[in-house]
Design a protein around this ligand. Structure first.
Ligand code: FES
Ligand SMILES: [Fe+2]
Length: 316
Protein backbone atom coordinates (compact mmCIF):
# COMPACT_ATOMS: atom_id res chain seq x y z
CA UNK A 1 0.00 0.00 0.00
CA UNK A 2 3.19 2.04 0.00
CA UNK A 3 2.37 5.65 0.77
CA UNK A 4 -1.39 5.32 0.83
CA UNK A 5 -1.58 3.77 4.31
CA UNK A 6 0.85 4.24 7.19
CA UNK A 7 0.79 0.54 8.13
CA UNK A 8 1.59 -2.83 6.50
CA UNK A 9 -0.74 -4.19 3.80
CA UNK A 10 -1.09 -7.53 5.57
CA UNK A 11 -2.06 -7.36 9.24
CA UNK A 12 -1.74 -10.42 11.50
CA UNK A 13 -4.63 -12.88 11.43
CA UNK A 14 -6.49 -15.61 9.56
CA UNK A 15 -7.11 -15.00 5.88
CA UNK A 16 -9.13 -16.99 3.39
CA UNK A 17 -7.19 -18.29 0.40
CA UNK A 18 -9.90 -20.34 -1.27
CA UNK A 19 -13.12 -22.32 -1.04
CA UNK A 20 -12.76 -25.74 0.59
CA UNK A 21 -14.87 -27.37 -2.15
CA UNK A 22 -12.56 -26.09 -4.88
CA UNK A 23 -9.69 -28.19 -3.55
CA UNK A 24 -10.17 -31.94 -3.83
CA UNK A 25 -7.77 -34.60 -2.61
CA UNK A 26 -4.65 -34.58 -4.77
CA UNK A 27 -5.12 -31.02 -6.06
CA UNK A 28 -2.04 -28.78 -6.12
CA UNK A 29 -2.47 -25.09 -6.90
CA UNK A 30 -0.33 -21.97 -7.07
CA UNK A 31 -1.84 -19.09 -5.06
CA UNK A 32 -0.76 -15.52 -4.57
CA UNK A 33 -1.96 -13.69 -1.43
CA UNK A 34 -0.45 -11.59 1.35
CA UNK A 35 2.27 -10.49 -1.05
CA UNK A 36 3.56 -14.11 -1.16
CA UNK A 37 3.78 -16.95 -3.64
CA UNK A 38 2.26 -20.03 -2.04
CA UNK A 39 1.34 -23.60 -2.93
CA UNK A 40 -2.01 -24.93 -1.76
CA UNK A 41 -2.72 -28.66 -1.91
CA UNK A 42 -4.88 -31.37 -0.38
CA UNK A 43 -2.96 -34.40 0.80
CA UNK A 44 -4.11 -38.01 0.72
CA UNK A 45 -5.24 -37.63 4.36
CA UNK A 46 -7.79 -35.05 3.15
CA UNK A 47 -6.13 -32.07 4.88
CA UNK A 48 -5.48 -28.81 3.05
CA UNK A 49 -1.92 -27.55 3.38
CA UNK A 50 -0.07 -24.41 2.41
CA UNK A 51 3.68 -24.06 1.92
CA UNK A 52 5.87 -21.26 0.65
CA UNK A 53 5.85 -21.84 -3.09
CA UNK A 54 9.50 -22.02 -4.03
CA UNK A 55 11.48 -25.18 -3.56
CA UNK A 56 14.55 -24.82 -1.27
CA UNK A 57 16.60 -26.69 -3.91
CA UNK A 58 16.71 -24.60 -7.10
CA UNK A 59 13.58 -22.56 -6.57
CA UNK A 60 10.91 -24.23 -8.71
CA UNK A 61 7.30 -23.33 -7.91
CA UNK A 62 5.83 -26.36 -6.12
CA UNK A 63 2.34 -25.31 -7.23
CA UNK A 64 3.14 -25.43 -10.94
CA UNK A 65 3.50 -29.08 -11.88
CA UNK A 66 4.08 -30.36 -8.34
CA UNK A 67 2.06 -33.40 -7.25
CA UNK A 68 0.70 -34.74 -4.01
CA UNK A 69 2.46 -37.76 -2.50
CA UNK A 70 1.05 -39.01 0.82
CA UNK A 71 0.31 -35.96 2.94
CA UNK A 72 3.03 -33.95 1.22
CA UNK A 73 4.13 -32.74 -2.17
CA UNK A 74 6.80 -33.55 -4.76
CA UNK A 75 8.66 -30.78 -6.59
CA UNK A 76 8.19 -30.80 -10.39
CA UNK A 77 11.83 -29.87 -11.13
CA UNK A 78 14.07 -32.61 -9.63
CA UNK A 79 11.55 -34.62 -7.64
CA UNK A 80 12.46 -33.60 -4.10
CA UNK A 81 9.71 -34.85 -1.83
CA UNK A 82 8.37 -32.96 1.20
CA UNK A 83 6.11 -34.41 3.88
CA UNK A 84 2.96 -32.82 5.33
CA UNK A 85 5.04 -30.65 7.67
CA UNK A 86 7.19 -29.41 4.81
CA UNK A 87 10.24 -31.49 5.80
CA UNK A 88 12.36 -32.77 2.93
CA UNK A 89 12.12 -36.58 3.07
CA UNK A 90 13.44 -37.78 -0.27
CA UNK A 91 15.90 -36.73 -2.94
CA UNK A 92 15.84 -39.07 -5.95
CA UNK A 93 19.15 -40.95 -6.30
CA UNK A 94 20.41 -39.94 -2.84
CA UNK A 95 20.51 -42.24 0.21
CA UNK A 96 20.76 -39.49 2.80
CA UNK A 97 18.62 -36.44 2.33
CA UNK A 98 20.01 -33.05 3.33
CA UNK A 99 18.17 -31.15 6.06
CA UNK A 100 15.83 -28.81 4.28
CA UNK A 101 12.20 -27.82 4.38
CA UNK A 102 9.48 -25.84 2.67
CA UNK A 103 7.87 -23.41 5.10
CA UNK A 104 4.46 -24.77 6.16
CA UNK A 105 1.70 -22.30 7.12
CA UNK A 106 -0.95 -22.84 9.79
CA UNK A 107 -4.17 -23.78 8.00
CA UNK A 108 -7.75 -23.87 9.25
CA UNK A 109 -10.73 -25.10 7.23
CA UNK A 110 -13.99 -23.68 8.49
CA UNK A 111 -17.23 -22.21 7.17
CA UNK A 112 -16.47 -23.62 3.72
CA UNK A 113 -13.20 -21.72 3.37
CA UNK A 114 -9.50 -22.47 3.73
CA UNK A 115 -7.72 -19.95 5.97
CA UNK A 116 -4.02 -19.39 6.57
CA UNK A 117 -2.54 -17.69 9.60
CA UNK A 118 -0.35 -14.74 8.70
CA UNK A 119 1.90 -13.08 11.26
CA UNK A 120 4.63 -10.60 10.34
CA UNK A 121 6.90 -11.86 13.14
CA UNK A 122 5.97 -15.55 12.62
CA UNK A 123 4.12 -15.87 15.93
CA UNK A 124 1.67 -18.80 16.14
CA UNK A 125 -2.13 -18.25 15.97
CA UNK A 126 -3.45 -16.21 18.91
CA UNK A 127 -7.15 -16.78 18.19
CA UNK A 128 -9.39 -19.25 16.32
CA UNK A 129 -11.59 -18.85 13.28
CA UNK A 130 -15.14 -18.62 14.69
CA UNK A 131 -17.35 -21.41 13.32
CA UNK A 132 -20.92 -20.93 12.01
CA UNK A 133 -23.62 -23.24 10.60
CA UNK A 134 -22.83 -26.16 12.95
CA UNK A 135 -25.90 -28.02 11.66
CA UNK A 136 -24.70 -27.53 8.10
CA UNK A 137 -27.39 -29.72 6.49
CA UNK A 138 -30.14 -27.34 7.57
CA UNK A 139 -28.45 -24.39 5.83
CA UNK A 140 -28.38 -23.54 2.14
CA UNK A 141 -25.08 -24.01 0.27
CA UNK A 142 -22.96 -20.84 0.20
CA UNK A 143 -23.71 -18.37 -2.55
CA UNK A 144 -20.50 -16.56 -3.30
CA UNK A 145 -19.21 -13.51 -5.16
CA UNK A 146 -15.59 -12.46 -5.42
CA UNK A 147 -14.18 -8.96 -5.91
CA UNK A 148 -10.71 -7.46 -6.16
CA UNK A 149 -10.64 -3.97 -4.73
CA UNK A 150 -7.89 -1.38 -4.31
CA UNK A 151 -8.35 -0.83 -0.58
CA UNK A 152 -6.76 -1.90 2.70
CA UNK A 153 -8.60 -4.47 4.86
CA UNK A 154 -8.62 -1.98 7.75
CA UNK A 155 -10.68 0.45 5.65
CA UNK A 156 -13.03 -2.35 4.59
CA UNK A 157 -13.86 -3.28 8.17
CA UNK A 158 -14.10 0.37 9.24
CA UNK A 159 -17.11 0.53 6.92
CA UNK A 160 -19.12 -1.62 9.36
CA UNK A 161 -19.05 1.06 12.07
CA UNK A 162 -19.19 4.04 9.69
CA UNK A 163 -22.84 4.84 10.43
CA UNK A 164 -22.81 8.19 8.66
CA UNK A 165 -22.35 6.61 5.22
CA UNK A 166 -25.34 4.23 5.34
CA UNK A 167 -27.81 6.88 4.22
CA UNK A 168 -25.55 8.60 1.73
CA UNK A 169 -23.90 5.65 -0.03
CA UNK A 170 -26.43 2.87 0.55
CA UNK A 171 -29.68 4.89 0.49
CA UNK A 172 -30.69 3.38 3.81
CA UNK A 173 -33.45 5.13 5.72
CA UNK A 174 -33.26 5.86 9.45
CA UNK A 175 -34.71 2.83 11.28
CA UNK A 176 -37.82 3.28 13.44
CA UNK A 177 -36.15 1.43 16.30
CA UNK A 178 -32.73 3.04 16.29
CA UNK A 179 -30.14 0.77 17.80
CA UNK A 180 -26.37 0.87 17.34
CA UNK A 181 -24.01 -0.75 19.78
CA UNK A 182 -20.34 -1.56 19.32
CA UNK A 183 -18.19 -3.65 21.63
CA UNK A 184 -14.63 -4.87 21.36
CA UNK A 185 -13.37 -8.13 22.79
CA UNK A 186 -9.99 -9.62 21.90
CA UNK A 187 -9.78 -10.19 18.16
CA UNK A 188 -13.52 -9.52 17.72
CA UNK A 189 -15.55 -6.39 17.28
CA UNK A 190 -19.29 -6.92 17.68
CA UNK A 191 -21.74 -4.46 16.18
CA UNK A 192 -25.44 -4.77 16.88
CA UNK A 193 -27.66 -2.48 14.93
CA UNK A 194 -30.99 -2.03 13.25
CA UNK A 195 -30.95 -1.09 9.58
CA UNK A 196 -33.63 -0.06 7.17
CA UNK A 197 -32.75 -1.42 3.75
CA UNK A 198 -34.43 0.36 0.86
CA UNK A 199 -32.57 -1.35 -1.99
CA UNK A 200 -35.56 -3.54 -2.90
CA UNK A 201 -38.61 -1.76 -1.52
CA UNK A 202 -39.32 1.96 -1.18
CA UNK A 203 -40.91 1.64 2.26
CA UNK A 204 -37.82 -0.20 3.45
CA UNK A 205 -37.27 -3.47 5.24
CA UNK A 206 -36.10 -3.13 8.83
CA UNK A 207 -33.66 -5.73 10.09
CA UNK A 208 -31.65 -6.23 13.26
CA UNK A 209 -28.16 -7.42 12.53
CA UNK A 210 -25.27 -8.63 14.59
CA UNK A 211 -21.85 -8.33 12.97
CA UNK A 212 -18.91 -10.16 14.50
CA UNK A 213 -15.43 -9.74 13.12
CA UNK A 214 -12.73 -12.34 13.65
CA UNK A 215 -9.41 -10.58 13.26
CA UNK A 216 -8.74 -8.37 10.26
CA UNK A 217 -9.82 -10.93 7.61
CA UNK A 218 -13.32 -12.08 8.54
CA UNK A 219 -16.70 -10.50 9.29
CA UNK A 220 -19.98 -12.38 9.86
CA UNK A 221 -23.32 -10.61 9.69
CA UNK A 222 -26.15 -12.54 11.33
CA UNK A 223 -29.85 -11.82 11.01
CA UNK A 224 -32.22 -13.76 13.29
CA UNK A 225 -35.76 -12.65 12.81
CA UNK A 226 -38.73 -14.95 13.36
CA UNK A 227 -38.16 -18.02 11.19
CA UNK A 228 -35.35 -16.27 9.33
CA UNK A 229 -31.77 -17.15 10.14
CA UNK A 230 -29.37 -15.63 7.66
CA UNK A 231 -25.60 -15.33 7.54
CA UNK A 232 -23.53 -13.08 5.33
CA UNK A 233 -19.91 -14.08 5.68
CA UNK A 234 -17.19 -11.80 4.39
CA UNK A 235 -13.67 -13.10 3.92
CA UNK A 236 -11.13 -10.46 2.87
CA UNK A 237 -7.51 -11.13 2.04
CA UNK A 238 -4.72 -8.75 0.99
CA UNK A 239 -3.32 -9.87 -2.37
CA UNK A 240 -0.39 -7.46 -2.41
CA UNK A 241 0.27 -3.91 -1.23
CA UNK A 242 -2.50 -2.52 -3.46
CA UNK A 243 -5.32 -5.02 -3.82
CA UNK A 244 -7.61 -6.94 -1.52
CA UNK A 245 -9.74 -9.91 -2.52
CA UNK A 246 -13.19 -9.91 -0.98
CA UNK A 247 -15.45 -12.96 -0.89
CA UNK A 248 -19.08 -12.22 -0.09
CA UNK A 249 -20.78 -15.42 1.01
CA UNK A 250 -24.38 -15.97 1.92
CA UNK A 251 -26.25 -18.85 3.50
CA UNK A 252 -29.58 -19.16 5.29
CA UNK A 253 -31.40 -21.80 7.25
CA UNK A 254 -33.87 -23.67 5.05
CA UNK A 255 -37.45 -22.52 5.52
CA UNK A 256 -40.26 -25.07 5.27
CA UNK A 257 -41.03 -23.65 1.88
CA UNK A 258 -38.11 -24.13 -0.51
CA UNK A 259 -39.42 -21.51 -2.95
CA UNK A 260 -39.30 -18.82 -0.23
CA UNK A 261 -35.84 -19.94 0.79
CA UNK A 262 -34.68 -19.52 -2.78
CA UNK A 263 -36.26 -16.11 -3.35
CA UNK A 264 -35.05 -14.70 -0.01
CA UNK A 265 -31.53 -16.00 -0.73
CA UNK A 266 -31.53 -14.38 -4.14
CA UNK A 267 -32.87 -11.12 -2.78
CA UNK A 268 -30.37 -10.97 0.05
CA UNK A 269 -27.51 -11.82 -2.26
CA UNK A 270 -28.61 -9.05 -4.59
CA UNK A 271 -28.79 -6.48 -1.77
CA UNK A 272 -25.37 -7.45 -0.41
CA UNK A 273 -23.74 -7.20 -3.81
CA UNK A 274 -25.42 -3.89 -4.65
CA UNK A 275 -24.36 -2.41 -1.33
CA UNK A 276 -20.81 -3.68 -1.69
CA UNK A 277 -20.51 -2.26 -5.19
CA UNK A 278 -21.74 1.11 -3.94
CA UNK A 279 -18.76 1.37 -1.57
CA UNK A 280 -16.10 0.40 -4.12
CA UNK A 281 -15.49 3.78 -5.87
CA UNK A 282 -15.23 5.49 -2.47
CA UNK A 283 -12.74 2.91 -1.16
CA UNK A 284 -10.59 2.87 -4.28
CA UNK A 285 -10.16 6.63 -4.38
CA UNK A 286 -10.09 7.69 -0.75
CA UNK A 287 -6.98 8.44 1.26
CA UNK A 288 -6.33 7.44 4.85
CA UNK A 289 -6.71 10.35 7.26
CA UNK A 290 -4.69 9.69 10.37
CA UNK A 291 -6.44 12.47 12.29
CA UNK A 292 -9.95 12.62 10.90
CA UNK A 293 -12.54 15.09 12.14
CA UNK A 294 -15.11 12.89 13.86
CA UNK A 295 -18.53 14.16 14.90
CA UNK A 296 -21.28 12.61 17.01
CA UNK A 297 -23.13 11.29 13.95
CA UNK A 298 -20.09 9.22 12.98
CA UNK A 299 -19.43 5.77 14.39
CA UNK A 300 -16.62 5.05 16.90
CA UNK A 301 -13.84 5.42 14.32
CA UNK A 302 -11.07 6.27 16.78
CA UNK A 303 -11.96 3.37 19.07
CA UNK A 304 -12.10 1.03 16.07
CA UNK A 305 -8.66 2.09 14.90
CA UNK A 306 -7.17 1.65 18.38
CA UNK A 307 -8.63 -1.87 18.50
CA UNK A 308 -7.33 -2.68 15.03
CA UNK A 309 -3.75 -1.77 16.00
CA UNK A 310 -3.40 -5.14 17.79
CA UNK A 311 -3.17 -6.77 14.34
CA UNK A 312 0.13 -5.06 13.51
CA UNK A 313 3.39 -6.37 14.94
CA UNK A 314 4.89 -2.92 15.21
CA UNK A 315 2.14 -0.42 15.92
CA UNK A 316 3.30 3.11 15.17
S1 FES B 1 13.95 -27.15 -7.56
FE1 FES B 1 12.69 -28.48 -6.46
S2 FES B 1 13.67 -30.37 -6.64
FE2 FES B 1 14.99 -29.03 -7.63
FE1 LIG C 1 -20.71 0.55 3.07
Amino acid sequence: MNTRYPFPASPNGWFSIGAADDLVQGDVKPVHYLGRELVLFRGEDGCARVFDAHCPHLGAHLGVGGRVCGDGVVCPFHGWRFDGEGQLVEVPGLDRTPRASARAWHVCERNGRIFVWHHAADAPPSFDVIGYRDDEASWTPWRSSTYRVRVHVQDLTENIIDRAHFGKVHDMAAPDQDHFEVSFSGASMVVEQSLKVTAVSKTGIEVSTRTTTCGPGIAAIEVNQGPLEMLTYIAQTPIDDQLTEVNLLFSMKHLLDEESTKSISELNDQITNVQFTQDVPIWENKIYRERPIITKVDGPVAQYRRWFRQFYSDPE
